[in-house]
Design a protein. Sequence first.
Length: 93
Amino acid sequence: MATVRTAGTEIIRTSHNVYTDATTTEIPLIYGVQYHIYTILSIICYGNTADCAITLFLKGYTADAGTTDTTIYLLRNELVGGENTFVWNDKFF
């Protein structure tokens, strides 16, 4: 449930990214804006090689470190394997 705001709206969006073995750069899922709330409902990843691994992280401000551009890892090198599917269905925001 969204935070009640008189001028606010809720928008449902999807994102589809394709990563290959040659992909070595980070590809953002969301470009966030300060003071906005983003809720990710589900992440589904398909591994097409035997050594396929997933890393999910957030970048932004953290009160613990007190700095910007801090990396907060949700998953780090979670092995999916060849022709398997990884599903993250826990809501986080």
